[in-house]
Design a protein around this ligand. Sequence first.
Ligand SMILES: Cc1cc2nc3c(=O)[nH]c(=O)nc-3n(C[C@H](O)[C@H](O)[C@H](O)COP(=O)(O)OP(=O)(O)OC[C@H]3O[C@@H](n4cnc5c(N)ncnc54)[C@H](O)[C@@H]3O)c2cc1C
Length: 391
Amino acid sequence: MGCMRMNFEFSELQEDIRHGVREICARYDVEYWRKCDEKNEYPEEFVNAMIEAGWLSALIPEEYGGAGLGLSEAAIILEEVNRSGGAGTACHAQMYTMGAVLRHGSEEQKQKYLPQIANGTLRLQSMGVTEPDAGSDTTKIKTFAEKKGDHYIINGQKIFTSRYQHSDMILLLARTTPLEKVDKKTKGISLFLIDTRDIGDAIVANPIDTMVHHETNMLFINDLKVPASALVGEEGNGLYCILDGLNAERILASAQAVGDGKWFVEQAVRYSKERVVFDRPIGQNQGVQFPISKAYANLMAAETMMHKAAAKFDQGLPCGAEANMAKYLCSEAAWEAGEAAMTTFGGYAVAKEYHIERKWKESRLARNAPISNNLVLSYVGQHVLGMPRSF
Ligand SMILES: Cc1cc2nc3c(=O)[nH]c(=O)nc-3n(C[C@H](O)[C@H](O)[C@H](O)COP(=O)(O)OP(=O)(O)OC[C@H]3O[C@@H](n4cnc5c(N)ncnc54)[C@H](O)[C@@H]3O)c2cc1C
């Protein structure tokens, strides 16, 4: 049996990436993010700066004009965004949605879209999977794409489709064979890459007002006509085409959670040294120290799992177990760190100018989305530990 090679040092390139992203983030401080949150405004300038610097095309191979980096580097990029007090959710999809096109798209699709995504003239920030009735059971989606000659007509509804208004294209999952006509429920679903710039009202997007500023929508799709060339991969195999991308999404969501967790710990440590009550800094009390230390320890363990998942992804190894476990551990550790910061800041934790409440709400979301932690645990129980299927 071969031994596992482990290297806990970041490479020089990875350190350079970290510093490069930090420099951009320093221009968009917590006040910038607070204002975006308060006004429900998309962080357009920040996203533009990230695109211009090439960070959002990190995963696009060099032959298509991207940086040709791995998921390990992409994770560092998003971790730094959240660690600075920002929110990578504003733009993270630009990184992983194109993965399905890269791995399963035709050469024509890759040539047509990837260089434009890489140079920032085209935005692919939106992915429509979730539906109101199907929820976590994606095989029950009802959005249907009917083939008619050289095109498809798509009808249906999507919910929680994020950044639709800030994207030129959407990666959309639809049934092409009804559930009752397939031998396996994961079959008969197809993936489409759709240019939404010129479709009129074939897709109507209604924004959903949410706890955190997230630019998410309910989509109504009415007789949307798309060319057959919009199909990504084979018809009927769309769920499989999107699956690798979902592992990437889970790993990147983990990276953002690690960034949130580190931000909380840094804030809590700083404040615990500065705030003096009962004639001593509150951080001198172990009742204040221990929750922060515990959260930090859990966060460091979670970060290790996240990098293991990313390294396996980059090596082309199966990483479903690690990606799911990373998503669980990182989101829980970030939440624990957020709770520690909430307690450390006392009453000031809820005052918006301290930014804790905003980040606390943002980091809570990671336990529910992009996949809820219950579903992650059921993946571990069923696929990793081999326990009986519960659904
Ligand atoms: C802000 C935000 C942005 C999002 N952006 C996108 C996006 O861009 N594109 C997209 O496609 N989707 C997006 N989503 C959707 C997200 O992926 C789903 O909300 C999430 O997967 C959960 O689905 P649901 O809300 O329908 O929950 P449900 O499936 O209704 O589940 C509700 C609860 O029940 C639990 N549950 C259900 N069945 C079981 C079971 N068998 N065992 C144990 N527990 C169970 C779940 O874990 C969950 O806690 C977004 C969601 C949010 C909140």
